[in-house]
Design a protein around this ligand. Structure first.
Ligand code: SF4
Length: 292
């Protein structure tokens, strides 16, 4: 619950606020870019505008539900029926309950007849566990990279799941049962490809579900202000040229939406439109690299 006594002084006046325990993960902005923004210290986020419509109130509630530090709330203490886990596209659920251990990264459950998948991991909670159990449990946990392991081991223990991670990031998940190597694409579950995409970290991997959803970890997302694909060098920890090269290699794959762990998911696009946007992004990033 957000702490009224710790309301950040830079919140816009009104009922909704962010407290100063915010860890700056950006999750609220990714869901409600017109309501939240960075504070002047560059470390915290605050409400920049109060929600005015039903749709905006929903956005604020969703942001509160994914906030890892539970910093978003109202002075009036209004409550609502929780929206998460939220089905963001048929058969794919954003779990909510984002973990501080993943710097607030999103996690996703993918329902598949051959066994459900968890992409990255939320905070471990009994209610999420019970919900996963009601859907048939988790067969495989797909980790995009070392930063977003979170409580994966606890979910793996609870459901006997196999955990997948790339060798270059595997020290972050010593309990993983399947280690990916190199940059070759491989099938990690029926209908699901692992695409190694070094750059953000050396062992970063994207996962492509055969419904056209590409889980992009922290390497590719949707810019909610420019309404286009985006990637950000300021949050690249291993090699930006390698990350741009990895994005270029995505041109060989068909996908209709990108779903990042940190960042905003894209709308569903016609594959040709997605490909044109990807090519334009890569061309722009390569020009920027050449100009450096
Ligand atoms: S989701 Fe919470 S922790 Fe993350 S930036 Fe927003 S207010 Fe801060």
């Amino acid at each position: 619950m957000a702490r009224r006594d710790r309301r950040h002084p830079e919140n816009v006046a009104g009922d909704w606020f962010v407290d100063d325990r915010c860890i700056g993960c950006g999750g609220s902005v990714s869901l409600a870019p017109t309501l939240f923004g960075p504070a002047s210290d560059g470390e915290h986020f605050v409400m920049t505008r109060q929600p005015a419509t039903e749709g905006e109130i929903l956005q604020a509630q969703l942001a509160a539900e994914v906030c890892p530090s539970r910093s978003i709330g109202t002075e009036s203490g209004v409550t609502w029926r929780r929206h998460h886990p939220l089905e963001i596209t048929p058969g794919t659920w954003r779990t909510g309950s984002n973990s501080p251990g993943t710097a607030g990264g999103n996690a996703f459950l993918v329902q598949r007849a051959e066994g459900n998948l968890l992409v990255d991991a939320p905070r471990f909670t009994p209610s999420l566990c019970a919900w996963m159990e009601s859907l048939g449990g988790i067969t495989t946990i797909l980790l995009t990279h070392r930063d977003d392991v979170g409580d994966a081991e606890r979910y793996a223990d609870a459901f006997g799941s196999q955990v997948v991670i790339h060798a270059a990031d595997a020290e972050a998940a010593p309990f993983a049962g399947r280690i990916l190597r190199g940059v070759e694409t491989c099938e990690v579950a029926v209908g699901v490809l692992a695409i190694p995409t070094p750059g953000h970290t050396e062992g970063h991997v994207m996962y492509l579900n055969d419904d056209g959803t590409l889980f992009t970890g922290d390497s590719l997302g949707w810019d909610p202000y420019r309404h286009d694909l985006g990637a950000e060098p300021s949050v690249c920890w291993y090699s930006w040229p390698a990350q741009v090269g990895s994005l270029q290699r995505l041109d060989g794959f068909n996908f209709a939406r990108v779903v990042p762990t940190h960042g905003t998911m894209s709308p569903t696009l016609e594959p040709g439109d997605m490909r044109r946007r990807l090519q334009a992004l890569v061309a722009r990033l390569q020009r920027d690299l050449a100009d450096e």
